[in-house]
Write a protein that binds this ligand. Sequence first.
Ligand SMILES: [Zn+2]
Length: 262
Amino acid sequence: MLVDTHCHINFDSYDEDRADVLTRAANVGVETIINPAVDLATSRAILKLIEQHSGIYGAVGIHPNSTAGFVDSMIAEIETMARIPKVVAIGEIGLDYHWKESPKETQWKSFKVQLALAKQLELPVIIHNREASDDVMGILDEWVKDLPPKIKERPGVMHSFSAPEAIAERALAAGFYLGFTGPITYKNADQLRHIAAKVPLDRMLVETDGPFLTPVPYRGKRNEPSYIPIIVERLASIKQVSAVVLGAATTENAFRLFEMTK
Ligand SMILES: [Zn+2]
């Protein structure tokens, strides 16, 4: 059994054939999917999906690119949604200096407020970091200092890890897991593979980030959870273990980090 720990299965790009996508995933052993939100509307949509599908779990929160209109009162609704048992994390949250869709100050504010909520609710976080590594790690290093025991050893995941090696080391030291996506299969990703080779087996997660970041040989098409075995095989060869061992380890990690019930 494999877990896709990050797929936006609620997105409308799956509206036409969501049931087929889930069947194709189950046919290759991917029966558990974590669906992260990007704003309040997607958080609400995910609540419906997790109710309808036993294998789908949710995360609620506001993505940095959606924080432009952030106001404190949004936190109350996120808190209410986060208390639902199949909501297993706050996310995806973080900083994005690439798209600049929201001012830096607003991104910082909403990131910190949501981290505080995660701490209060004792939930792990799903971190989005694009070209903001130093600021993200600075904030997270502070945040992990006084975490409650329940999430001390499992504060969250650096989703679709793509930062320098020094950031990987800092994130691991802070207790974070690292999520690997399609780019691990890309020709120009030697640096990422070099980093993956050094990440302990018990801190790795596999994600599609569907519909984005489709692995080779499907690059250019819509991504979907049935491609998770491609990521598993590639990571296995990087770690020089069998795909069975890599798959079992990442599944165990996913269940440990997100405390899902099997
Ligand atoms: Zn995502």
